[in-house]
Write a protein that binds this ligand. Structure first.
Ligand SMILES: [Zn+2]
Length: 109
Protein backbone atom coordinates (compact mmCIF):
# COMPACT_ATOMS: atom_id res chain seq x y z
CA UNK A 1 0.00 0.00 0.00
CA UNK A 2 1.57 3.22 -1.16
CA UNK A 3 -1.15 5.69 -0.40
CA UNK A 4 1.21 8.07 1.34
CA UNK A 5 0.16 10.57 3.96
CA UNK A 6 -3.40 11.50 4.65
CA UNK A 7 -4.33 15.11 4.16
CA UNK A 8 -7.67 16.81 4.47
CA UNK A 9 -9.19 19.95 2.92
CA UNK A 10 -7.64 23.08 4.38
CA UNK A 11 -10.92 24.53 5.68
CA UNK A 12 -11.80 21.28 7.41
CA UNK A 13 -8.46 21.24 9.20
CA UNK A 14 -8.71 24.87 10.27
CA UNK A 15 -12.15 24.25 11.79
CA UNK A 16 -10.91 21.21 13.70
CA UNK A 17 -7.83 23.07 14.86
CA UNK A 18 -9.81 26.08 16.11
CA UNK A 19 -11.79 23.77 18.38
CA UNK A 20 -8.60 22.12 19.64
CA UNK A 21 -6.90 25.44 20.38
CA UNK A 22 -9.92 26.49 22.44
CA UNK A 23 -9.41 23.33 24.50
CA UNK A 24 -5.81 24.34 25.16
CA UNK A 25 -4.27 21.96 22.67
CA UNK A 26 -1.31 23.06 20.56
CA UNK A 27 -1.60 22.19 16.89
CA UNK A 28 1.20 21.97 14.34
CA UNK A 29 0.37 22.05 10.66
CA UNK A 30 1.59 19.20 8.48
CA UNK A 31 1.54 18.90 4.73
CA UNK A 32 2.97 16.78 1.98
CA UNK A 33 5.24 18.37 -0.62
CA UNK A 34 3.52 18.03 -3.99
CA UNK A 35 6.90 17.95 -5.74
CA UNK A 36 9.02 15.42 -3.82
CA UNK A 37 6.34 13.90 -1.56
CA UNK A 38 8.20 14.47 1.70
CA UNK A 39 6.25 15.14 4.86
CA UNK A 40 6.64 18.62 6.29
CA UNK A 41 5.67 20.02 9.69
CA UNK A 42 5.39 23.73 10.47
CA UNK A 43 7.50 24.60 13.53
CA UNK A 44 5.16 27.22 14.98
CA UNK A 45 2.22 25.98 17.06
CA UNK A 46 -1.31 27.07 16.12
CA UNK A 47 -0.20 28.79 12.93
CA UNK A 48 -1.74 27.52 9.73
CA UNK A 49 -0.43 28.63 6.37
CA UNK A 50 -2.20 28.43 3.03
CA UNK A 51 1.09 27.43 1.44
CA UNK A 52 4.37 25.99 2.66
CA UNK A 53 7.93 25.63 1.39
CA UNK A 54 9.45 22.15 1.40
CA UNK A 55 12.66 21.87 3.41
CA UNK A 56 13.94 19.18 1.05
CA UNK A 57 13.41 20.66 -2.40
CA UNK A 58 12.26 24.25 -1.65
CA UNK A 59 9.12 23.72 -3.67
CA UNK A 60 6.08 25.74 -2.59
CA UNK A 61 2.99 23.62 -2.01
CA UNK A 62 -0.47 25.17 -1.78
CA UNK A 63 -2.35 23.71 1.17
CA UNK A 64 -5.53 25.27 -0.17
CA UNK A 65 -5.23 23.00 -3.20
CA UNK A 66 -3.47 19.98 -1.71
CA UNK A 67 -4.98 19.93 1.76
CA UNK A 68 -3.07 19.45 4.97
CA UNK A 69 -3.20 17.78 8.33
CA UNK A 70 -2.14 18.58 11.86
CA UNK A 71 -0.52 17.15 14.93
CA UNK A 72 -2.19 17.92 18.26
CA UNK A 73 -0.15 18.24 21.43
CA UNK A 74 -1.82 18.81 24.76
CA UNK A 75 -0.52 22.07 26.11
CA UNK A 76 0.77 22.32 29.66
CA UNK A 77 1.19 26.08 29.52
CA UNK A 78 -0.75 28.18 32.08
CA UNK A 79 -2.74 29.69 29.21
CA UNK A 80 -3.78 26.25 28.02
CA UNK A 81 -4.85 25.21 31.49
CA UNK A 82 -6.79 28.44 31.93
CA UNK A 83 -8.64 27.87 28.66
CA UNK A 84 -9.63 24.38 29.73
CA UNK A 85 -10.64 25.57 33.20
CA UNK A 86 -12.87 28.34 31.86
CA UNK A 87 -14.47 25.99 29.34
CA UNK A 88 -15.30 23.54 32.14
CA UNK A 89 -16.59 26.38 34.32
CA UNK A 90 -18.96 27.50 31.56
CA UNK A 91 -20.35 24.00 31.16
CA UNK A 92 -20.72 23.53 34.94
CA UNK A 93 -22.47 26.86 35.42
CA UNK A 94 -24.93 25.99 32.67
CA UNK A 95 -25.79 22.72 34.36
CA UNK A 96 -26.29 24.31 37.78
CA UNK A 97 -28.64 26.92 36.31
CA UNK A 98 -30.80 24.22 34.76
CA UNK A 99 -31.12 22.42 38.08
CA UNK A 100 -32.08 25.59 39.95
CA UNK A 101 -35.05 26.10 37.64
CA UNK A 102 -36.67 22.95 38.97
CA UNK A 103 -38.58 23.14 42.27
CA UNK A 104 -37.44 20.96 45.18
CA UNK A 105 -40.93 20.46 46.68
CA UNK A 106 -40.82 16.69 46.33
CA UNK A 107 -37.93 16.29 48.76
CA UNK A 108 -39.37 15.04 52.10
CA UNK A 109 -38.20 16.48 55.40
ZN1 LIG B 1 9.75 18.75 -1.64
Amino acid sequence: MDEGYKDHPFEEIVKAVEAKIKQGVDCFQKFTCENCGSRQTIDEPNVFYTEGICEECKHTTSMLKRGCNYMAIFSITPEGKEAVASAIKEITQGEIKDKEDKPDEDIPH
